[in-house]
Design a binder for this molecule. Structure first.
Ligand code: AMP
Ligand code: FE
Ligand code: FE
Ligand code: ZN
Length: 288
């Protein structure tokens, strides 16, 4: 009998960024959901890698160590998944540290604007929601508003106060996506554009930008994601065909912070194999 196809989910967050479970809890949740291969991809940090690695070894799960790198292109936020990078690559680490520092300043400023407008929130309340060393983000503002009883789910804050169009929105530093692609390749990793055509932030990336990023070394597109409908999937498939890119699928799980469920979209073993083959090998896939 042929062995069953492994369940591979290549995009998930822990409390080291804006997920609600610690890295080991995340690995445990993946195991419980029947996942065979999980990628931990916290925003702008490798801070959860060690704990996730220990948990994966303990629980018998295969782990792909990744990062979701925040980028900005023409004032729009673009997310780049970076798999199997060297966690000590100075150029990439410097860039991530710069983004994380700027994220803290930016959250303080957003809270200041919100509080000045009468929304009951303080920066200390927000900091109380950020795990030590974690990448701070807008979801932590939402969590503080949940904690003080103003709202009951992050979604409510993201429908109004926390949108990119909100008067309280403040940008944070993040690299241009072409530069990020080069940094990830330079760190021996494999860059895949996360949910490229999501409608939750403006129009999503243009075909032209995908062409430019492919020339810079982009390896793939995250085609199968809940933010994509059939039209967006078809667009990703057409671009992948034309530019020889891989297509991944993943949940973008954030624990209870988002409605995305583990393994609701998955990646094929062939694509995972291609990602592994394209990496420098400095950071290996963790196999039990
Ligand atoms: P930031 O990185 O600080 O700009 O915040 C963006 C993050 O907010 C993304 O990584 C999403 O995971 C999260 N986010 C966006 N929309 C929602 C939503 N409706 N509910 C919960 N989290 C969201
Ligand atoms: Fe997130
Ligand atoms: Fe994202
Ligand atoms: Zn994500």
């Amino acid at each position: 009998m042929p062995s069953p196809t492994p369940v591979i989910d290549l995009h998930a967050h822990s409390s080291v960024s804006d997920g609600t479970e610690s890295p080991s809890e995340l690995v445990g949740a993946a195991r419980a959901a029947g996942i065979d291969v999980l990628a931990i991809t916290d925003h702008d940090t490798v801070g959860g890698w060690d704990e996730a690695t220990d948990a994966a070894r303990r629980l018998g799960l295969t782990l792909v160590r990744g990062i979701e790198v925040s980028c900005t292109f023409e004032n729009q936020s673009v997310h780049l998944l970076a798999y199997l990078t060297d966690p000590e690559d100075p150029a990439l680490m410097r860039e991530l540290a710069k983004a994380r520092d700027s994220r803290a300043t930016r959250l303080a400023r957003m809270v200041e604007l919100m509080a000045a407008d009468g929304i009951p929130i303080t920066y200390d309340e927000v900091l109380a929601q950020v795990a030590p060393g974690a990448t701070p983000g807008r979801p932590h503002i939402a969590d503080a508003l949940i904690a003080n009883g103003t709202i009951t789910h992050r979604d409510q804050a993201f429908e109004s106060w926390l949108t990119d169009e909100s008067p309280y929105y403040v940008h944070h530093y993040s690299p241009d996506p072409a530069r990020a692609v080069e940094l990830v390749r330079g760190a021996g990793g494999v860059p895949v554009l996360a949910h490229p055509f999501t409608r939750t932030r403006g129009e999503g990336v243009s075909d032209e930008l995908v062409v430019e990023l492919a020339a810079a070394g982009l390896a793939g597109l995250e085609a199968y994601h809940r933010d994509h409908g059939p039209e967006e999937v078809a667009r990703a498939q057409a671009l992948a065909e034309r530019l020889d890119l891989l297509l991944t699928g993943s949940s973008d799980y954030h624990g209870t912070g988002k409605r995305n469920r583990l393994a609701e979209n998955t990646t094929t073993p062939e694509v995972l194999e291609a990602i592994e083959a394209a990496s420098s090998g400095v950071t290996a896939v963790v196999r039990p």
